[in-house]
Ligand binder design. Sequence first.
Ligand SMILES: Nc1ncnc2c1ncn2[C@@H]1O[C@H](COP(=O)(O)OP(=O)(O)OP(=O)(O)O)[C@@H](O)[C@H]1O
Ligand SMILES: [Mg+2]
Length: 239
Amino acid sequence: MAGGGVAVKLSFLNQKGGAGKTTLAVHVAAVLAATGAKVLLLDADSQGSALDWSVARQKAPAFTVVGLPKPTVHKELPRLSQDYDHVVIDGPPRVAEITRSVIMASDLIAIPVQPSPYDVWAVKDVVELIKEARVYKELLKAVFVINRKIVNTAIGRDVVEALATYELGVLPTAVCQRVAFAESAARGSTVIEDAPTSIGAEEIRNLVKELTRLFNEQEGRDYSEARARKVAVGGRMGQ
Ligand SMILES: Nc1ncnc2c1ncn2[C@@H]1O[C@H](COP(=O)(O)OP(=O)(O)OP(=O)(O)O)[C@@H](O)[C@H]1O
Ligand SMILES: [Mg+2]
């Protein structure tokens, strides 16, 4: 995912509390760190859940966790991210100023959402902030990630249809409700480390693959658009 010496910034955002931002941010950071990459997990939530997770940890750190629950994330991140291949940001619930700052700092935004109508309605706030930010960051990618899906159930049609009204994609991989995610977190660990062959670990690895693909598609589009512009300019200059 790393983009030529510049860290890729992936954020988990949803102003609704308890959607799974911290759980997915920590697990995705663990998958990225397991590849040998240098990963920074930025905790932008004043509750400090990701920091608490790292304090509860008894094993050697798999990645660095830094707290910055301020609306200056977008200003400070270029300096903080210098030595890293990936930055994963765990966003706060509610606070719109910090969410805005995290959006401006991000290359890719994943919005965890539980597959219930109440949760789907509640993503409206963060989707609006992303749409506002696209005025400045036209190519900013954002996608829904279904979290806490009940194993062996289909996502309800009402949920799929409601998500479609937001005009953002939904990743094919859903992360299911699994007690192992909460249990491993309580120990400052992850299912990636505790149960690497489990279905839960596989779900998170698939999630990382899909996010990586999405990021690279964006890179490809930037590249081809830049090339198209260059060709057009070159063509005019050559006339
Ligand atoms: N896929 C899952 N399976 C089981 N439990 C989960 C799953 N995802 C999240 N949880 C649990 O749900 C609760 C809320 O998750 P989490 O803290 O990750 O959400 P959050 O969006 O970061 O919340 P907040 O908005 O308060 O920061 C936690 O107790 C967590 O362990
Ligand atoms: Mg959290």
